[in-house]
Every structure is written in structure tokens, then in C-alpha cells.
Design a protein around this ligand. Sequence first.
Ligand SMILES: Cc1cc2nc3c(=O)[nH]c(=O)nc-3n(C[C@H](O)[C@H](O)[C@H](O)COP(=O)(O)OP(=O)(O)OC[C@H]3O[C@@H](n4cnc5c(N)ncnc54)[C@H](O)[C@@H]3O)c2cc1C
Length: 287
Amino acid sequence: MHPFEYAAPETLDQALGLLGEHGDEAKVLAGGQSLIPILHYRLARPRVVIDINGLLLGDIVVENGRLGVGALVRYHQLEESDVIARRCPVLGEAARLIGNVRVRTLGTVGGSLVHADPAAELPAVMTALDARLAVASPSGRRTVAAREFFTGPLTTMLTADEIVTGVEMDAVSSYGWAVEELSRRAGDFAVVAVVALVSLDRRGRVDDARVAFGGVADRPVWARAVEDALRGREPTADVLAHAAQTARDALEPPSDAFVSGAYRRHVAGVLCRRALARAVARALGRT
Ligand SMILES: Cc1cc2nc3c(=O)[nH]c(=O)nc-3n(C[C@H](O)[C@H](O)[C@H](O)COP(=O)(O)OP(=O)(O)OC[C@H]3O[C@@H](n4cnc5c(N)ncnc54)[C@H](O)[C@@H]3O)c2cc1C
């Protein structure tokens, strides 16, 4: 690694003070599962690394029907938390698909969102849920919609002096959910990932649907057309297949060294249909 100074602030204000002082010469360290390899390969050469693990950003809370997840909540906490299991189980299902045990032990919600890998699971979940990120800087606080936060591959609208402190979303207790993904080996990043949430009304028709894809573009893709194709309709196999087809037709995924864009689009359609079917089955169990 290129040499750097290491700082371990104990409060958010101290961390923000350091970021204000060093700006883009500083890097925040959370779980280190992406930053440490980046430093090893000298893809980033910060003068100062600000370790935020001592900050109190690890809470999972429910307030006024909204679920708040601190930036330092680890993936394994999403898998194990009773609150998450009751209020937003899609987060636990997504976390279980990330990397390996070491990555899930150390990796954080904030780190995943800021790293902004287009194929990562949590950015797609937050996009589907229309979550809001809480952001702090030396000059104040703001919230940013997840659907606007990701601006390109490994790129977000966060500025160099900002820290993500947490993320807030609707508690979706009455929704059925599913995360489907195809990866080349277990634990790899997804080639394609689909997140689906569905709630049903008393007549068994779709009351609300939330769908997003990972791995099919330079950032997570909110599949609004699929949601519109489902709302108010009885979720028969034909309706779900039609909605998935709508999603598939709207995507223009890139090709890479492993798979073609055409293959990605095909897989996206298949996984979307499966995710919707599983989400509907779970919604039936919940209503
Ligand atoms: C073997 C392996 C397999 C993996 N597989 C997957 C996978 O299948 N799916 C997946 O989604 N990810 C995967 N990852 C990546 C993993 O999810 C990382 O944990 C994640 O990308 C970064 O989270 P982190 O907490 O480790 O952040 P770090 O590595 O500490 O930081 C990542 C970036 O975010 C910034 N940052 C971190 N937290 C904050 C914050 N609160 N505010 C502002 N900036 C911040 C850092 O400065 C850095 O630029 C894998 C990693 C490895 C090593």
C-alpha cells in the first residue's frame, strides 16, 4: 500500500472535522472489504484513512412506521436481526447472497451503498424500497433518495467531505419479498440480481409492487414499468410473466468478458418472473 496516516475518530463531529480538513485526500474506512483491496492495488492513494468504526452508527430502529438502519450495520446483522426479519425481511435475504462469511461479518450497509458496485445487492434493494440515505458533512445534513444517489459504476452523488450515517425506508411488514440472482460461483457478485416486493389487497389483487435490478446497467435500475403492470391486477402466472417481459424489454444491459448483454437481458426476464412469483406466494401468506 501507499503509506497513509490513520485516524480513528470517536464521534461523528470529529470524523467530519477530519474530512473537512483533508477533503479528497482522505478516505473513510468502514468494513474495509472494498477499500482495503483498492489500497492494496494502489487504485486510491489517500493521505489519510479515517476509520469510522468507533462511531455510533450501528443501530437498527423503527420509528413512525419507518425503519432506520445505521451506516455501520454489518451484513450479518441484517441476516440475524429480529427487527429486520419482521419489518423488512428482504434485507436479510439480500445480505445472505453477499460474498462469503468474512465479507458478511465485516461489510457494512453504508460501505456497500457508497462503493456503489452496479451488481451489488443492497443498492438494488434500497432502490426498490425507495429508501433515503442520511448524509452528514462539516456544513450540515441532507437526505438523498437511493434512486438518485447512484450516478454510475462505483460513483455516487456523495461529495468528498460527506459521510453516509444511515438509511431510512418504509417498514414493509405486509409485503411478500424475494431476491433472485444468478452469479458464476456461489458468493460472487451477481451477473443479474432482481429484488421484488409485492403487497396484496383483500381481494388478492396487487396493492403495491416494488422492483429493482442489479447488474444490468451502470447503476441499480428501478423497474417502474413492472410495478405499473402489476398494480390493481390479480397476480396470475400470465400477469407476472407479462410484467417480467415488460422489464426485460426495457433493459439494455452491457456485455462484458463473461456474458453478453443479450444473455443478461434474457436472465433478467426469467429471474424477474421467479422473484415476482415468490414474492406473491409470500404476500399470500402474510395477508
Ligand atoms: C471476496 C469478496 C466478495 C464480495 N462479494 C460481494 C457481493 O456478492 N455483493 C456485494 O454487494 N458486495 C460484495 N463484496 C463487497 C462488499 O460488499 C463490501 O463490503 C462493500 O462493497 C463495501 O463495504 P465496506 O463496509 O467493506 O466498506 P469499505 O470497503 O470500508 O469502503 C468502501 C467505500 O465506501 C466508502 N465508505 C464506506 N462507508 C462509508 C460511509 N458511511 N460514508 C461515506 N463513505 C463510506 C469508503 O471510503 C470506500 O470508498 C465482496 C467483497 C469481497 C472482498
